[in-house]
Each structure stands twice: as structure tokens, then as C-alpha cells.
Design a binder for this molecule. Structure first.
Ligand code: ADP
Ligand code: MG
Length: 354
């Protein structure tokens, strides 16, 4: 009930918006459920200037995304893009309704944009730390930048999971670099599930992104049915969480991101799809995949394994713990953060790059 009162109170004290308040600019993205624009406020409401905004116009599934963003804003706001407001618009002439979601504009670059830059991961190092050149360019320095990025992503994931939200669409396109916070934040809660209340309205036909989806993708959508009434769900959900370890779905996706950070040749679509095929053929055994790939690998492949093998192979060990066939055998986001990969400083450890 306190959540309900809070929501009511907020409706009174927070400024509320309608679509006339926004001037839409450049289109940033278009998905199956909505279109995303850069936007600004037409007139100043509540005295505070919100010049750089992002607006998503979504179909009826937008209601779920509004719900998820409201929960995240209250419970773990720094993990995701700053959510400002969400509202429903009834369309003219009985054309149904659409949902508008408004966030602060966090910056121009997603992790996908940054990874596709030839200078990755040094381009990120520059944005986070400015000009730090105390180490020569090479695997050790790259490892430390990658570790910083992975730590940010895994702690955002841990925070989402701690409040019972599973993202289900973790990929570089849904991770944005926040210019202001100088960290990565998670975006796009359009496919997320809330285990505490059982909200999971993503229709069955909707395919999760196959490039990043864990092998249990179909099991999840059938075993977690659409929302039961709240009291039942509240009693059920901890059990559900235990049984299906659905949070490990996100961990698998994050493992693939780790892999892409480490191996330059896997940062584009078709090599990643090929990797997925190879891994499946190896029965999701990364050691077998390594035996297959390493002997005939090019410089990119050798570089990747060199990074993973640093510090007695802690990176390689973490990757294996994240990318496993069975969700239950995968490490959780919290356990990953406690893994020696993140604890150890490395031989040339410095607090600067942590
Ligand atoms: P969808 O994938 O459903 O189209 P997203 O929420 O992922 O919608 O947004 C699409 C794109 O818009 C993102 O990949 C990103 O480039 C950009 N974007 C989304 N939210 C923000 C934000 N808060 N700040 C800056 N850019 C954003
Ligand atoms: Mg997206």
C-alpha cells in the first residue's frame, strides 16, 4: 500500500506532462513496440529546464515499460537512464491509445556505438578518465578498461535483479554511456519482467534478440505466465525466482557482451551469430569452443585470449561462469561482482582505473 500512497503523492507534487509539452526531434530508434525521438520541452514546467530529452511513443505494451521505469526510478535510479515521466494518450477517432515515456537524454553513444569504434576500449577510457597514460597500450590496459565497464554493467544488473526485475534484452544497443554520470546505464525496459508482481506482458510471438538470448529463451516465456492478481503473485514469486533463476538470463547476455569487449572480431553481427552457432555445436562448452578456435585463430583471437588469461585466467574463469547452458549453473550478477576478476587489481593495480 505504501507504494500506492507514494504514487498518489507523487502525482500531486511532480509536474505532469502531456504530449503538447514536447517538441520531437531526430528519430533515435524504431522497434516493434514504439519509436524513440530526441526531444525538448516546449515550455518550461516547474521552473526546471529539461532541454535534452528522449521520448518513446509506444503501443499498448508501453504500459509495462512505464511500470518498470517507475519502479526503477524509485528503487535503483542510478542503474538506468533517468526516467522523467510516463503517460497515456488516447488517440483520435477510436484509434486506441499510446504511451509516452520521457527520459533525460544521457548521451550520444550506446555501448554498441562505442564498441564499433576502432579505438575501443580506449575511446571509453578517455571518456571516463580523461587522458590517463600511465600504462602502455596493450592487453593489461584494455583489461582494466573492460573490467571497469563490466563492473558498471554487472552492478546495474545486480540492482535490477535485487528489486525483482529481469531485463531480458541486455545488449550493447541497450546500454548507454551517461555523459553526466560518466558511467554506463541500462535502457529499454520494454521486454522486462517484474517477478514481485508477476508482470510479464511480453507476447509469446515476441522473440527476444537471438544474438544475445540465453538458450532457455522459450522456456522462460511459457513458465512465467502473464500477471496473476497481485496477492497470489506476491506469495508465488520468491518460489518462481528460486525455481527458474530467471535472472541468469541477463547474466548470459552480459557474458556475451564481455566476450565482444574482449574479442574485436566478435563485435559485429554476423561473426557473433556465427559464434552462437559454434557454441551450440560445442554443446555450450566454452572450453571446447576455445580448443576449436584458438589453434587456427588470427591476431584478434589471440589478443582476446591473452586478455582473458591475465592474472592466472580470472577473466576466462568469469566468462565461463556467465556463459553456461543451464541457468542454474550460471553465476548471479552479485556473485560475478564478488568474483576474483573484479576483486583483484592485477600486477600493475591502480585505484584510478577501478
Ligand atoms: P527500442 O530499442 O525499443 O527502439 P530504446 O529504449 O532501446 O528503444 O531506445 C532506442 C535508442 O534510443 C537507443 O538505442 C539509444 O540509442 C537511444 N536512447 C534511448 N534512451 C536514451 C537516453 N535516455 N539517452 C540517450 N539516448 C537514448
Ligand atoms: Mg533498444
Amino acid at each position: 500500500w505504501d507504494m500506492f500512497v507514494l504514487a498518489k503523492l507523487e502525482r500531486i507534487i511532480r509536474p505532469s506532462y502531456k504530449k503538447e509539452d514536447f517538441a520531437l526531434g531526430k528519430k533515435l530508434g524504431e522497434g516493434a513496440f514504439g519509436t524513440v525521438y530526441k526531444a525538448s520541452l516546449v515550455k518550461n514546467k516547474g521552473g526546471k529546464s529539461e532541454s535534452e530529452l528522449v521520448v518513446k511513443k509506444a503501443n499498448e505494451y508501453g504500459a509495462v515499460e512505464v511500470w518498470m521505469n517507475e519502479r526503477v526510478r524509485r528503487a535503483c535510479s542510478s542503474s538506468c537512464a533517468d526516467f522523467i515521466h510516463g503517460f497515456r494518450e488516447t488517440l483520435n477517432k477510436g484509434k486506441g491509445e499510446e504511451f509516452w515515456l520521457v527520459w533525460r537524454y544521457e548521451g550520444d553513444a550506446t555501448l554498441d556505438d562505442l564498441m564499433k569504434d576502432k579505438n575501443f576500449p580506449y575511446n571509453v577510457e578517455e571518456m571516463i578518465y580523461g587522458d590517463v597514460n600511465e600504462l602502455p597500450k596493450g592487453p593489461e590496459r584494455e583489461n582494466r578498461i573492460i573490467r571497469t565497464m563490466m563492473r558498471q554493467i554487472m552492478s546495474s544488473l545486480k540492482n535490477l535483479h535485487a528489486i525483482g526485475i529481469i531485463h531480458r534484452d541486455i545488449k550493447p544497443q541497450n546500454i548507454i554511456f551517461s555523459q553526466e554520470a560518466k558511467t554506463f546505464k541500462i535502457i529499454d525496459l520494454g521486454a522486462a519482467a517484474d517477478l514481485r508482481v508477476g508482470i510479464n506482458y511480453v507476447p509469446k510471438e515476441f522473440l527476444l534478440d537471438p544474438r544475445y538470448a540465453a538458450p532457455e529463451q522459450y522456456i522462460m516465456s511459457t513458465q512465467t505466465p502473464s500477471a496473476p492478481p497481485p496477492p497470489v503473485a506476491a506469495a508465488l514469486s520468491p518460489v518462481l525466482w528460486q525455481m527458474n533463476v530467471p535472472d541468469r538470463f541477463d547474466v548470459y547476455s552480459a557474458g556475451l557482451i564481455f566476450l565482444q569487449m574482449v574479442f574485436p572480431n566478435l563485435r559485429t553481427d554476423s561473426p557473433l551469430i556465427q559464434f552462437n552457432r559454434q557454441l551450440k555445436r560445442c554443446d555450450y562448452d566454452l572450453v571446447a569452443w576455445r580448443e576449436l578456435t584458438e589453434p587456427r585463430g588470427n591476431a584478434d583471437i589471440r589478443r582476446g585470449f591473452e586478455i582473458l588469461d591475465l592474472d592466472e585466467g580470472v577473466g576466462w574463469e568469469l566468462l565461463q561462469a556467465m556463459v553456461r547452458f543451464k541457468g542454474r549453473q550460471r553465476i548471479s550478477a552479485q556473485q560475478a561482482l564478488d568474483h576474483p576478476y573484479f576483486i583483484r587489481d592485477g600486477l600493475l593495480g591502480t585505484t584510478l582505473l577501478q
